[in-house]
Write a protein that binds this ligand. Structure first.
Ligand code: NAD
Length: 360
């Protein structure tokens, strides 16, 4: 298979971690008989410096022509970088919003997985963490409260702010379908999270999810109120497989789920549209404090590349090979600085990439 991938190295540690992900993808291609065709585009600060804007129309056209996009991270030090003296629509982050919109990426996926070898970094009590967990938060990304009409008015001599939360059946249906499809590739369980005891939008969410569920009899579905879900994530995270939820609830719950793993350099993410196309990136930022030193952890980006193989190309075996290599490298005692603990072997970013390639 020929895989056309647009890469966005971006800023800070972005170019270093994307280089390792490309190396690992090449190793997978060699082993399984595929061909990787990478095309780099500029985004964020790198694009501001070269083209005067955070993302050009030509760069968007290149991304659209690919099968998938693999991104490092964008942005600089928000206190000291000259990029942050520009108006908001010209800053690095504007590129990210522009590409998400241009590619119609409405489904955000963030896995939270506890590696046995990194269990000590998990902030939960050992009696909870010893069961491990492996969940994926599927968050609706382009609707709900963050995109509803908003205004601030004056009423009875004081200011009053109004935000609106709307969801249509079609918006809920398309994300629910994604959730059930992805659950089929995992442990076949969907927990749909809402606030149906209070919100109309949540009642429509629950009704629509139930309708979609009827088409997936092999996937079990349960409904959970968001406040209970926030508690369950720290009480019994092992119960979850796919958590399907709307934009704001997903924003909060996905950060909570990330934090319980305790290892930011290990967390991948994906944003998908209604075809197989997706943008894959680590959950962390561009870490300008450690850029250019070959010490960043490339694993979140490499696991994002594994998600790309699984969800955009249906190459499950190849994705499994990357994930197995990550587990093996941890078992063998290799750690980048961010996940280092006494007795382990500390390695840099490119060495970690090499070790993973060897295991593939
Ligand atoms: P950050 O995630 O970049 O860094 C937070 C801390 O984690 C830092 O100490 C950093 O060194 C460390 N860290 C992060 N990733 C690491 C890795 N792979 N290996 C080792 N250590 C790692 O968050 P921040 O400092 O708040 O943001 C820095 C820049 O990144 C800002 O410009 C921000 O806007 C941007 N950002 C971009 C994205 C994105 O591109 N999607 C996401 C978040 C933040």
């Amino acid at each position: 298979m020929v895989l056309n991938i647009t890469c966005i190295p971006g800023d800070g540690i972005g170019p270093e971690i994307v280089a390792q992900a490309k190396k690992v993808l090449e190793a997978v291609a060699k082993k399984y008989g595929h061909e990787m065709k990478f095309t780099d585009i500029l985004m964020g600060g790198a694009s501001i410096d070269a083209c005067g804007e955070p993302l050009t129309d030509e760069a968007i056209a290149t991304a659209k022509a690919a099968d998938a996009v693999l991104m490092g991270s964008i942005g600089g030090n928000t206190s000291t970088s000259p990029w942050y003296k520009l108006p908001p629509e010209k800053r690095p982050e504007a590129g990210l919003l522009k590409i998400r919109k241009a590619l119609n990426l409405f489904a955000n996926l963030r896995p939270a997985y506890l590696y046995e070898e990194l269990a000590a970094a998990c902030p939960l009590k050992e009696e909870i963490s010893k069961a491990g967990f492996d969940m994926l938060i599927m968050r609706e990304l382009t609707g709900g409260l963050y995109f509803g009409e908003r205004k601030t008015i004056e009423e009875n001599g004081e200011l009053k702010a109004i935000d609106t939360l709307t969801y249509s059946e079609s918006e809920i249906r398309r994300i629910a379908i994604k959730g059930f499809e992805i659950a089929r590739k995992r442990r076949k369980k969907v927990t749909s999270v809402d606030k149906a005891n209070v919100l109309d939008s949540s009642r429509l969410w629950r009704k629509t999810v139930n309708e979609v569920a009827a088409d997936y009899p092999d996937v079990s579905v349960e409904h959970m109120l968001v406040d209970n879900c926030a508690m369950q994530l720290v009480k019994d995270p092992a119960q979850f497989d796919v958590i399907l939820t709307e934009n704001m609830f997903g924003d909060i719950l996905s950060d909570e789920a990330s934090m319980v793993t305790g290892s930011i350099g290990m967390l991948s993410s994906a944003s998908l549209n209604d075809s197989k196309f997706g943008l894959y990136e680590p959950s962390h930022g561009s870490a300008p404090d450690i850029a250019g030193q070959d010490i960043a952890n490339p694993i979140a980006t490499i696991l994002s590349a594994a998600m790309m193989l699984r969800y955009s190309f249906d190459l499950d075996k190849e994705a499994d090979a990357i994930e197995a290599a990550v587990r093996q490298v941890l078992k063998d005692g290799y750690r980048t600085g961010d996940i280092y603990s006494e007795g382990m072997t500390k390695v840099g970013c490119s060495k970690m990439g090499d070790l993973l390639c060897e295991r593939i």
